[in-house]
Write a protein that binds this ligand. Structure first.
Ligand code: TRP
Length: 336
């Protein structure tokens, strides 16, 4: 058995604004991994263009995601931070994986079905093979661990299937079995307008989400305006069944304060949402204020940000190129 170095890979798409969902569901959890693992964090611009992106907006969003990661505590001295399109191993390995993955596997991907909707015939081919590119992201570094939210678990399963089929087709033990890293009480941040829909950068209602570019006043305002119900808070989370908006706000409170949702709920037992939302607004501003301010400071220092990305590209190339060369040898590509 090959022993693989403990290496973490994860990515965020630069499509639209970074939201509280990206922060609590992903980036915040990455910070603590930097001291335990070798960590690689990628702004996945190749993934973003599977649906149309305006070029100027894409450029800005790519810098914004990088700034958001750094402002949240991802440290360029500890982690490799870069944008995917600049490291050629991703697209090259994705092609090889297009030839490993089976149509039947991709046909089962629920995210494609959701994103393509009724208009399957008009979806980009890139959207269809999106999971192959994601497998390439991870395996181009032989990464062993991937922190992901629940919505990406199926993609990670596919990554494991691809790795396994490659290993068995070519009779090698080359790719590791990638493990998902799931965090405590999974923080799936829902829309502030509809507790049953994921908080999304593509929701037409600005009040449905908190963007990491929102200032303190706007953050507080959006929390105060969040939809709730008129019942007081119960003693336990179980008693919140059917009250999706209430549940979501408690989960956000718990995640922002690193506490258990049940504990937060018990503390507010019997109180109405006016009290709770006032405290949640204060907490949100206290935690997110410094991050959003650091992010906008970084956005005004484009050369600093671009230097970090360039350095990341260099390091990512150094890791992935030797791996890609070995893959070429395994597959039978001639190296003249
Ligand atoms: N598909 C992921 C998302 O939309 C982003 C992503 C791309 C990713 N490549 C990855 C996540 C590799 C983890 C590992 O959230």
């Amino acid at each position: 058995m090959t022993v693989f170095k403990q290496r973490v890979f994860s990515g965020v798409q630069p499509s639209g604004n970074l939201t509280l969902g990206n922060y609590l569901g992903a980036i915040k959890n990455w910070v603590g991994l930097q001291d335990t693992y070798e960590t690689i964090f990628c702004v996945v611009d190749l993934h973003a263009i599977t649906t149309w992106q305006d070029p100027d907006i894409l450029r800005n969003a790519t810098r914004e995601v990088a700034a958001g990661m750094i402002a949240s505590g991802v440290d360029p001295k500890k982690s490799i931070i870069f944008n995917q399109s600049q490291v050629s191993a991703h697209a090259e390995l994705a092609w090889i994986f297009n030839c490993v993955a089976r149509m039947g596997w991709l046909n089962r991907m629920t995210q494609f079905k959701e994103k393509a909707g009724k208009n399957r015939e008009r979806a980009s081919v890139g959207l269809y093979v999106y999971p192959d590119l994601m497998a390439a992201d991870i395996l181009a570094y032989q990464a062993t661990h991937v922190p992901v939210g629940a919505d990406q678990k199926q993609h990670l399963e596919l990554t494991r299937d691809i790795a396994q089929k490659f290993n068995s087709d070519y009779k090698v033990d080359f790719f590791p079995e990638v493990e998902p890293l799931i965090f405590g009480e999974a923080t799936r941040v829902m829309s502030l307008r509809d507790g049953n829909a994921k908080m999304s950068k593509s929701d037409p209602s600005e009040n449905s989400r908190i963007n990491l570019t929102d200032d303190r006043d706007l953050i507080a305002k959006k929390i105060r305006k969040a939809r709730t119900d008129s019942e007081p808070l119960p003693a336990t989370m179980d008693d919140l069944d059917g009250r999706a908006e209430a549940k979501n706000l408690i989960n956000i409170f718990a995640a922002l304060s690193d506490r258990k949702a049940g504990e937060v709920c018990a503390e507010y037992e019997g109180k109405g949402f006016a009290d709770f939302k006032r405290d949640l607004a204060d907490l949100s501003v206290e935690v997110l204020g410094p991050i959003t301010e650091e992010m906008s400071r970084l956005m005004s220092e484009k050369t600093y940000l671009d230097d970090i990305l360039r350095d990341g590209v260099h390091k990512a190339d150094e890791l992935s190129q030797p791996i890609l060369r070995q893959i070429h040898d395994i597959v039978g590509f001639l190296r003249p």
